[in-house]
Design a protein around this ligand. Structure first.
Ligand code: ADP
Length: 459
């Protein structure tokens, strides 16, 4: 589609079905003085009316924060001033053309307008259709006198044709809505049979209107995005604070307990085993806090494109076994077992610290979401790559959540049931992709999940 934003002047060349009427335009001269004065007076009056119309359109377009509402208000102004009926089509996020509204000045034809909108809510990207042509070219379209043949050609089916005839279709303009070089949709203005035909001047006015509408949509969308970003940030801060406070609170309780014991002279009476258990617990909380902070720092590093790899010779088998050993205590506490197996040669040229991080995330998730069932970890070495698979038999993931769990802050569980920030898989994927590899998941609710990392041996 055309990406250029251009403002239409009397000189620019719109797409024309037929030549527009040759009406008198502002600045044109005639031979007779009196007629010239009258024509000039009428022209000034018309110009003022158009200016006033644009000012009113500007007010209407700013009257709401929601762009859909802004466009409905605009349609109510345009009909009947500039059209007997109009429709507005928008390009949605998936790139489809969605019909936002159809409005007719005649209440008796409201049903036909409603039917056109509800029965034909989307336009096909069919290059013969006028709206699609306008979207592809970015140029406005004017057909001063729509022929019955053109109407029949463009109608989707007999029912569509019947609705168009019922709404009345004698003169048409289709205006692209362009903002910051992006096409947002079109405004279609139609005059009914019996009404005067659209002229080039009408096209100039309508295109100015469409440009203002595009700017209004763009502003409203930017405002909405900013609001969503603020909401997401606040939500994230709430979750992150909670995640940081949980280990801190446990650490604080422990420290206070030890302090009380010391103050009352009971510390020396405590057994080494008891002291060790308390210290280990404290160490776990500190590691949890460090992990959260490291993850947050990694996210900023990734977002700033500063994730660098420090490659070295790595024996993946020993690295994976180290990670599993680190989880031995947690696995035992959860009543889960981690089974390990390997085949083939498993060394390569990778960033040891980053791979450790990615594998730690997968194994820690398998324990967290693994419903205390056994976990399998196996490695397969092939000629040019190695594969690591982590399989659990836990809660699994719903199919609709699978595409998003590798994205930043995305979670498929509630914070009430499972703690977490939704960063582990995001960071893991970034790390693996930075190595030229990929990470995938297959899963079904209630049957467990299988995560597979594929790493090229040397890059
Ligand atoms: P966190 O675990 O902190 O939420 P992750 O990025 O590691 O963040 O995981 C994102 C989401 O993917 C999790 O919230 C969870 O819904 C889902 N998930 C990840 N691993 C598993 C697994 N092994 N089983 C079930 N769900 C998982």
């Amino acid at each position: 589609m055309a990406q250029d934003s251009r403002s239409l002047t009397s000189d620019s060349a719109p797409l024309l079905e037929n030549d527009p009427d040759s009406t008198v335009r502002p600045g044109e001269c005639t031979n007779h003085g009196t007629v010239t004065t009258q024509v000039a007076g009428a022209t000034v009056e018309a110009a003022n009316a158009r200016l006033e119309f644009l000012v009113r359109a500007g007010v209407v377009l700013m009257a709401s924060l929601e762009y859909e509402e802004r466009l409905h208000n605009l349609a109510r102004l345009v009909v009947p001033y500039l059209a007997d009926w109009c429709s507005i089509d928008l390009i949605d996020r998936e790139g489809e053309i969605r019909r936002l509204l159809v409005l007719h000045a005649d209440p008796a034809r409201a049903d036909a307008a409603h039917a056109l909108q509800t029965l034909y809510p989307r336009l096909w990207p069919d290059t013969t259709h006028t709206i699609t042509k306008v979207l592809w070219s970015g140029q406005p379209w004017l057909d001063p006198a729509v022929s019955p043949e053109r109407l029949a050609r463009e109608a989707r089916d007999p029912q569509h044709l019947e609705l168009l005839r019922c709404l009345g279709f004698s003169s048409e303009m289709v205006l692209p809505m362009l903002s910051r070089g992006r096409l947002l949709g079109t405004i279609t203005l139609v005059r009914d049979s019996g009404a005067s035909h659209y002229t080039h001047d009408d096209l100039v006015l309508a295109q100015e209107l469409a440009s203002r509408a595009a700017m209004a949509i763009d502003n409203a969308r930017l405002y909405r995005q900013a609001q969503e970003a603020i909401r997401a940030r606040d939500e994230f801060l709430a979750v992150a604070s909670h995640e940081l406070k949980t280990p801190l609170a446990a650490l604080r309780l422990q420290t206070q307990y030890l302090l009380r014991q010391a103050e009352t002279g009971m510390l020396t009476a405590m057994s080494t085993d008891r002291l060790m258990a308390l210290m280990k617990m404290g160490d776990r909380q500190i590691r949890q806090l460090t992990k959260i902070i490291d993850d947050l720092l990694d996210v900023s590093r990734i977002e700033a494109g500063r994730l660098r790899l420090d490659r070295d010779h790595v024996d993946l088998a020993s690295l994976v076994r180290d990670v599993i050993d680190r989880f031995a205590e947690e696995a035992a506490a959860r009543g889960s077992q981690i089974h390990y197996s390997q085949t083939g040669s498993l060394s390569g040229h990778w960033d040891r610290f980053r791979l450790d991080q990615a594998l730690t995330n997968l194994i820690s998730n398998a324990l967290k979401y693994g419903a205390s069932q056994p976990i399998e970890v196996w490695l397969e070495g092939e000629a040019d790559r190695v594969r690591v698979t982590v399989r659990d038999q836990g809660i699994g993931i719903a199919p609709e959540d699978l595409p998003r769990i590798f994205d930043r802050f995305e979670r498929a569980v509630s914070n009430r049931d499972y703690s977490g920030l939704g960063l582990g898989l995001y960071i893991s994927r970034q790390v693996i992709e930075a190595h030229g590899g990929k990470v995938q998941v297959t899963s079904a609710p209630g049957t467990g999940s299988t995560f597979t990392i594929e790493l090229p041996r040397f890059v």
